[in-house]
Write a protein that binds this ligand. Sequence first.
Ligand SMILES: [Zn+2]
Length: 294
Amino acid sequence: MVNARKATAWVAILCVAQATVLAGCGTTYQVETLDEQAIARANAEIAAERALAAQSGSMDADQKIALYTLVAKRVEPVAEAFCRAETDPGTNCDFALVIDRNPKASANAHQSYVGGQPRLTTTLAFLDKVKSPDELAFVLSHEAGHHIAGHLDKKKTQTALAGVGGALLGALVVMAAASSGRQVNRQTMEQLVGGGAAIGAAGGAIAYSQTYELEADTLGAYIAERAGYDPDAGSRIFARLGVEEGKKPPPGTASFWSTHPSSPERIATVDAVMAKIKAQRASGQEPVPERREE
Ligand SMILES: [Zn+2]
């Protein structure tokens, strides 16, 4: 049997554990705040892009590979220099850019690690979705952004942390029951705390990964622009990706396409970032992403 005092002790322990580990767990870079007008402008871009896409033909396999080779050659050295400038010394910035030729692989691009080296993979099916060098440059730059912002490492930690938060919720339920004079047996308590942990872990991983996509889009815009491409034009690819794609990226990877955040949010984010990049260029500065205050 658990009494109110014991349950309170549980909550206190979980609170301390969560507060200790949650510090410094958000994004490293500033992610844009979007108003309704920004989203409306993005929706107009999506409508225009869909109308255009309905008219144009698609590339054959050779053309797709040629486009990839050309763009990868331009983006890779810029992404590597950007990575070295933005990350701690000792970070592996030697990107490996590869095409996944498995015909069964769904349309997506993702970042992973192979023997500690950051790998940016694009599937053949995804190249079918790409209509311009600007789009492919933006996708590759976005993937490089996941590595530069350390998303895969952060996700691992945060899934565990959110589990602690969920367990805390379970413990609160136990405490409420106990303080209302009800007796809670050990088995019920463990189920509540454990169930809360699982829900917290799942919810936490999803919430964080959405902000990370916008952060990767932000860094992607800086890298693609520096490589000589137009990230505004590049982000139009979001207008043509269907909801059926990107639901299941390979485990242990940070992918380009997922159903959340929504396309208008991502297009509007790139629009807002591009306004900042243009302002920095206009004042004679080399554009650099804004870091969040710790
Ligand atoms: Zn991504």
